[in-house]
Ligand binder design. Structure first.
Ligand code: ATP
Ligand code: ATP
Ligand code: MG
Ligand code: MG
Lengths: 165, 165, 165, 165
């Protein structure tokens, strides 16, 4: 399995730093309504370069930073890191492991690293091109996207197939 | 580019026909080019006919039938263009017990070749996972991840069931 | 309880005449995906005067007539009757029971009766005005309408409140 | 007309605040006029804050939280303007076990004053009904209604459980 570890801090409801080690082929994410399951998915796509307000369910870029709860103050930064196994070289880098980190500050300033090297969103897109994981990729299906899949126009469907070609 | 598109289209179309008939245990579905002589400006129509029924417009299909059709299309895309990681957020929400079981068979098949994360409230889906990520809100408004080291999930409340709560 | 009986014949999947006697205050409609539960809801709103393709999930008016299955030919007519208890005179007619019947032929011709008296859709609308059951009434929530409830614009919400006023 | 609207608005607003806090066991919600001095041209904003969380835009709420918010608004409309018959098609689809139970409490309350039909796949909801309408497809593509005379429903397949199959 390619995604080995996820670390989140300050992203949406993940006010406390969380580290998730992934094992197994089929992993079920479970928990009550509103506990943060879809927020975890948002964190993954955000770290992979997603910027659209609609995809992240946020209105502005900084709305993904933990904005406080009844017991905690808002935080000033959101950071998500993903560690990928790259032994099969499915990512076009000649290393066995690829770490992607994205960080966003309240000011709106943000940074992004690929294996500790500063990167732009463009570099992320190039890295993920053809993997199904880049922005708008078909391998990540958000909650409620199922109906959109069927409601797409014939032209939109052709575009998906073009991207898969 | 036209050759590439047509070959991708034919591959996805064939996979979609196979996946639909297998998921629905019968019936048939198809992808059709609106302009077969000009594929790159064509639209792609989606038709689906559940077993025992006549072919009708997609809007007439039930919530569960639409979800199964969308799943068949998603699996078809992944058959043709596999992704090392797939994330599915509550795509089983509209399915009844029997359809969930068939869907889970396809999920397990997918998981044998791609690391697959599913967010789900469905006990059948989560019972078939080989690992779980439990998320709760021990502190209001703040997500907490509960690693599962034993294969037990009951309902949507993971905290009671792990030896690390 | 006001709705005592429903009779359907030829409406969507109700190819065989079905008669449902309703008892109890909280009635659960259950069954597998695609068996006809939402079609039953469509039948009720259709008999009450609904004409919008979107609300009925149909493209044309006659698409609600049973169009055949693998084992049965299409039918030429759809008919739905509803019997209401009117002892409290919640409907503005001085009778203890009100029967509403709507019938549609393949030709597109249709008829409608209130207590065996021919009526126009306008008469149905007048009859149901202020009950929450007329076209677009808030007392009947279709599958998938929940998200639309929240996604409405502020202007649309004001209109709902105006109608409730 | 303005008087009427303002009084309906205030009533629905009050009912919505009460229903939300009771359904969510805490938290708060509100309806707000965009133009308080010109109600008839005003829009109506909807704000919701689950217990323990800070107030955020509706889009950031989870699927289950949005469904509970919509349910609170629906119950509020019905509090102010009761309807003798209510029909709800799978409004509990996104709810976890605990939220379904709270929702069902409100459903039973509604059923004590209005005849309520719910279409559901959720065993908690159907277990709390006092009568059932089972629908299956004994013949492919053709709905068949199974009247329940005994209070037994298992999963989504009613045919096995009634004494009239
Ligand atoms: N920036 C933020 N700061 C604090 N809380 C946030 C932020 N963004 C979103 N939230 C909260 O996250 C919650 C939604 O979480 P999420 O969508 O992950 O739930 P979920 O586990 O997927 O639930 P469901 O099963 O209902 O889909 C909402 O209550 C929302 O208020
Ligand atoms: N005019 C028609 N003639 C024949 N079949 C029809 C007609 N209109 C709709 N159908 C069929 O009705 C089925 C959908 O039924 P319905 O929406 O009532 O299902 P449901 O019981 O609500 O299922 P779910 O639990 O998935 O929501 C579809 O398979 C569709 O093809
Ligand atoms: Mg979610
Ligand atoms: Mg339905």
């Amino acid at each position: 399995s390619v995604l080995k570890r996820i670390r989140l801090h300050g992203f949406k409801t993940f006010a406390q730093r969380a580290e998730i080690n992934l094992q197994g082929d089929l992993i079920a994410v479970v928990g009550p309504n509103g506990c943060g399951k879809s927020n975890l998915v948002d964190a993954i796509v955000w770290a992979l370069g997603e910027n659209s307000a609609r995809a992240l369910r946020a209105g502005t870029a900084t709305e993904v930073i933990f904005s406080g709860s009844s017991g905690q103050k808002p935080l000033g930064m959101a950071e998500v890191s993903l560690w990928f196994d790259n032994e099969t070289r499915w990512l076009p880098l000649d290393v066995d492991e690829v770490q992607i980190t994205r960080r966003l500050y309240r000011s709106g300033e943000w940074e992004c690293w690929i294996n500790k090297t500063p990167a732009r969103l463009r570099d992320l897109a190039d890295l993920l091109a053809g993997t199904g994981l880049g922005r708008g990729g078909y391998a990540i299906i958000g909650q409620g996207d199922v109906e959109g899949f069927l409601n797409a126009t014939p032209e939109e469907r052709r575009q998906w197939i073009e991207e898969a070609a | 580019a036209r050759e590439q598109f047509v070959s991708a289209f034919e591959a996805i179309r064939g996979a979609f026909q196979e996946r639909y008939a297998r998921l629905m245990e019968g019936g048939q579905a198809d992808l059709i080019l609106t302009l077969p002589n000009d594929p790159l400006s064509s639209g792609v129509l989606l038709e689906a006919q559940p077993p025992g029924k006549r072919r009708q417009r997609l809007e007439l299909l039930s919530g569960g039938e639409r979800a199964m059709t969308a799943a068949a299309l998603l699996f078809a895309f992944l058959d043709v263009k596999p992704s090392p990681l797939c994330v599915l957020d509550e795509v089983d929400a509209a399915l009844d017990g029997r359809n969930v079981e068939r869907f889970v068979d396809h999920l397990k098949e997918l998981a044998s070749s791609s690391q697959t994360l599913v967010i789900t409230h469905n006990p059948i889906t989560s019972a078939n996972a080989d690992h779980w990520i439990g998320i709760t809100m021990s502190e209001p408004g703040v997500s907490r991840v509960i690693p599962y080291t034993i294969q037990h999930v009951e309902g949507d409340i993971p905290s009671a069931l792990t030896d690390q709560a």
